[in-house]
Design a protein around this ligand. Structure first.
Ligand code: SAM
Length: 459
């Protein structure tokens, strides 16, 4: 019987026993209700932006800021589940209360001590618990079924339990209910901060020493020595080693992706969807001899790369200001399309992603990806390489997208077989890499975002 599966945990911990009566409850709730408007507004804006604006407006102290942030994120992580449990349309105050409880479960006992009247909250929790048992039973009943054979009530239960829209299940790669639940449960965890340290022995050693002196605990990734994992990030941006570009903030998945493609990154390289330049910078470090051209349709985002280039004294990245310039510099030996996507693979860091997508918007982004792939064909030199990447969990954006591109351009491109290496142990098939999503179910030490990478060579 799989009912004892440990990964579907209650999100509130043992609060009944843990919440003592103290005098600060009212203050915390007052703050929580001030966040109500923020939660509502953030449905149309990224949560992190809305939160930081709100924090600035309230001129909060650091502890309050942290607490509110934690509460807000936990409410966001459980939004759908809470709405369906308590049967309200959207009562942000209630969500926030429960969000606080969730946050408290994993913050510390000092904060737990600030509640003076937990009874009302515990009542709500009981109600949520009851619903949760019903959902779990439905899921357990069809645990090993393929998603296509599950009843719609079971799919609804899964979506409510994990606070995700149905489209994530319908468009996903899940082979069974068990697999979907496992991956989605992982999406509810908090995630450590990852840093990329420059591939220069002396500089990286000094950087790591400075982090340690600043009291920052460092864990090294199992998969790449250049990724540092930080559970207690403190003022990283203020450190000399950050200011001189020796360390960059970058998720382990992004780093592994560039490493997995590294043998192809040479000659003239185009980062077509460079955003703020995370992958371009990683490519520059891994392939210092390459000439890297970075473009993004959103030039304001692309501008974020300039201070990073300056900090690191980087010489081999140029930015392009228009699609005409992209074409004028073609053809390229290596074109990376780090495509705009649902970002479902980053849901731990951005729980509000779950609220942002429906079937229609998923279809739109899939169309954009297809256009990007097709429009890039002429940018790739004969014998050159096209790399397609997403940070999505969904098949429609990954395998299905790439396979349909290959089919359409079978006379022009052939797929390059990517073998798993020690740095990239997570091959989904023999020929495409997928970090995070569709892993062998034992995730091992990997704790980064979910990424997908597929590569084709122009004939
Ligand atoms: C996943 S993000 C890129 C992240 C970036 N590569 C990094 O490592 O930080 C996708 C980017 O694609 C850009 N984008 C969307 N449509 C585009 C298009 N048609 N051409 C170029 N860039 C596009 C978006 O502005 C966004 O910055």
């Amino acid at each position: 019987m799989l009912c004892e599966e440990p990964f579907i945990k209650p999100w509130w911990g043992n609060l009944r026993e843990e919440i003592p009566n103290t005098r600060y409850a009212e203050k915390i709730f007052e703050r929580a209700f001030k966040l109500e408007r923020l939660l509502v507004e953030s449905a149309s804006r990224p949560l992190d932006l809305a939160l930081s604006e709100h924090q600035r407006a309230l001129r909060m102290g650091k502890n309050d800021r942290n607490l509110l942030g934690t509460a807000l994120y936990s409410a966001a992580r459980n939004r759908e589940a809470l709405i369906s449990s308590v049967g309200v349309n959207y009562e942000a105050g209630l969500l926030l209360k429960i969000g606080f409880l969730d946050a408290l479960g994993s913050v510390n006992s000092e904060i737990l001590g600030t509640f003076s009247n937990p009874d009302e909250l515990l009542e709500i929790l009981d109600e949520v618990r009851g619903k949760r048992e019903v959902w779990l039973q439905k899921i357990y009943d069809e645990w090993e079924e393929s998603i296509a054979l599950c009843s719609s009530e079971t799919i609804d239960a899964l979506c409510s339990l994990f606070s995700i829209p149905k489209v994530f299940i319908e468009a996903g790669p899940w082979r069974s209910l068990y697999e979907a639940a496992k991956e989605l449960a992982r999406g509810k965890e908090r995630q450590a901060l990852h840093l990329r340290v420059k591939r220069d022995e002396d500089l990286s050693k000094k950087g790591i020493e400075e982090l340690s002196r600043a009291g920052i605990d460092i864990k090294f990734s199992t998969y790449t020595t250049y990724c540092l994992i930080i559970d207690n990030p403190k003022n990283i941006r203020g450190l000399q080693t950050f200011r001189n570009g020796v360390i960059e903030i970058q998720d382990e998945g992004s780093q592994l992706l560039v490493e997995a493609a590294s043998s192809f990154i040479k000659g003239k390289v185009l980062d077509l969807c460079a955003g703020g330049g995370g992958k371009a910078l990683a490519m520059s470090d891994i392939a210092p001899e390459a000439d890297i051209y970075a473009f993004d349709i959103d030039l304001r985002r692309l501008n974020g790369i300039h201070p990073r280039i300056r900090r690191g004294g980087i010489k081999n990245i140029k930015t392009l200001g228009s699609l005409d310039e992209v074409s004028a510099n073609a053809p390229y030996d290596f074109v990376l399309i780090d495509a705009p996507c649902t970002s479902t693979g980053t849901i731990r860091r951005n729980p509000d992603i779950a609220w942002r997508w429906d079937a229609e918007s998923v279809e739109q982004i899939v169309n954009t990806q297809r256009d990007l792939l097709c429009n890039s064909v002429s940018l790739v030199k004969r014998g050159g390489v096209l790399a397609y990447a997403t940070c999505s969990l969904l098949s429609v954006e990954n395998n299905l997208q790439f396979e349909s591109f290959l089919k359409e351009y079978e006379d022009v491109f052939e797929e390059v077989v990517l073998k798993p290496t020690s740095a990239n142990p997570f091959a989904e098939k023999e020929n495409r890499l997928s970090f995070g999503a569709r892993l062998p179910l034992d995730l091992g030490e990997y704790n980064g975002d979910s990424f997908y990478l597929a590569i084709a060579r122009r004939r």
